[in-house]
Design a protein around this ligand. Structure first.
Ligand code: HEC
Ligand code: HEC
Ligand code: HEC
Ligand code: HEC
Ligand code: HEC
Length: 197
């Protein structure tokens, strides 16, 4: 009897340690180059998403902004925080691009177009990216040690995932909802080559 209890306790402790340690074992964590705050820029600079993540004339998505966007405001300090000073000294003054790590980046063989999803299908950024655009800090980037994918593809806790199944499920749901002839009826079933190049 006592022995069984020891075994049970040992097992539970082992499970607990595994549960806590597992994400660390499979994901390597790297900090972002600058602790950029989406919240500060919305509150203090009144910046809109499209100021930094807009579409170019040809419809392609600008993605993560380059340093020249930041430098237009930060050529000289806007405030007195140490984070801003270190950003200016390390990147703006020497003209060095920060090497941002993209949480959402898909494997090379996937084709994804923002303009069809954002403009035509009228989806909100948060539907696919979670609350990234209103956060006060940038989370560390977590990379799967085996596949090299970002953890966000599988959906970190509390975040939407962006696996093949997630794309396909939304397309099916949108097509069902849009059966009355709205644009989303065009989501539907997609062939492999619609999403893969
Ligand atoms: C002043 C410029 C600026 C503005 C305004 C801005 N962002 Fe960003 N955003 C950034 C930078 C810089 C990053 C790079 C961090 C990173 O690697 O994810 C980023 C990253 C992101 C990402 C993560 C992309 C990825 O896969 O790594 C999302 C999602 C995002 N922004 C959404 C938004 C939304 C939504 C808004 C409006 C509410 C917004 N952003 C406004 C500069 C901006
Ligand atoms: C429209 C002007 C504007 C643009 C464009 C802009 N910023 Fe800022 N930024 C601000 C303001 C205003 C503050 C707040 C300053 C203060 O009061 O401390 C700020 C603060 C910061 C800080 C200080 C830390 C913090 O979160 O408070 C960092 C770092 C920063 N910005 C980085 C960036 C980067 C990187 C970009 C380009 C992707 C960028 N900024 C683009 C206006 C801007
Ligand atoms: C239907 C889902 C979906 C919606 C809606 C969406 N995104 Fe994305 N986003 C993605 C995917 C998937 C990627 C990765 C694309 C790739 O790797 O080719 C991505 C990548 C990004 C990146 C990183 C680009 C890079 O260079 O790595 C930024 C920044 C971003 N999205 C911002 C936004 C903003 C801002 C909005 C709203 C205006 C938005 N997204 C709406 C799915 C979405
Ligand atoms: C939250 C819902 C949603 C998610 C998630 C989503 N899509 Fe879509 N997608 C749509 C809708 C709605 C349309 C139809 C847009 C239209 O043409 O009206 C569409 C259209 C498309 C198209 C055809 C139009 C084009 O851009 O060529 C492709 C390809 C596509 N999606 C790829 C993807 C991929 C890859 C992913 C996952 C990384 C994804 N989608 C995730 C809703 C979604
Ligand atoms: C709606 C968009 C979509 C369609 C349609 C689609 N895929 Fe994918 N596929 C993805 C995305 C996004 C990924 C990357 C994320 C993942 O691995 O789940 C992926 C990943 C894969 C992978 C794994 C590649 C890797 O590097 O791990 C294979 C294999 C694959 N797809 C094959 C197919 C085949 C075969 C079809 C047609 C029957 C198909 N896909 C249709 C979006 C799509």
């Amino acid at each position: 009897m006592r022995r069984n209890i020891f075994i049970a306790v040992g097992l539970l402790a082992g499970l607990g340690a595994g549960w806590a340690g597992f994400p660390r074992a499979i994901y390597s964590r790297r900090p972002q180059p600058v602790d950029f705050s989406h919240k500060v820029h919305a509150d203090k600079a009144g910046a809109k998403c499209e100021d930094c993540h807009g579409f170019r004339e040809d419809g392609s998505f600008a993605g993560i902004p380059t340093l020249d966007k930041c430098a237009s405001c930060h050529a000289a300090p806007m405030g007195s925080t140490a984070t801003e000073k270190s950003f200016i000294d390390t990147y703006v003054t020497p003209g060095r691009e920060p090497q941002w790590l993209s949480y959402a980046r898909q494997p090379e063989n996937v084709y994804f177009s923002h303009i069809t999803h954002v403009k035509r299908a009228q989806l909100k950024c948060a539907q696919c990216h979670g609350d990234e655009g209103s956060a006060d800090h940038l989370r560390p980037f977590e990379q799967d040690r085996v596949s090299g994918y970002s953890r966000d593809i599988w959906g970190a806790p509390g975040r939407p995932g962006m696996k093949m199944d997630d794309c396909v499920n939304c397309h099916r749901q949108s097509a069902a909802k849009g059966a009355a002839g709205t644009l989303s009826a065009q989501a539907g079933e997609r062939g492999c080559l619609d999403c893969h190049k």
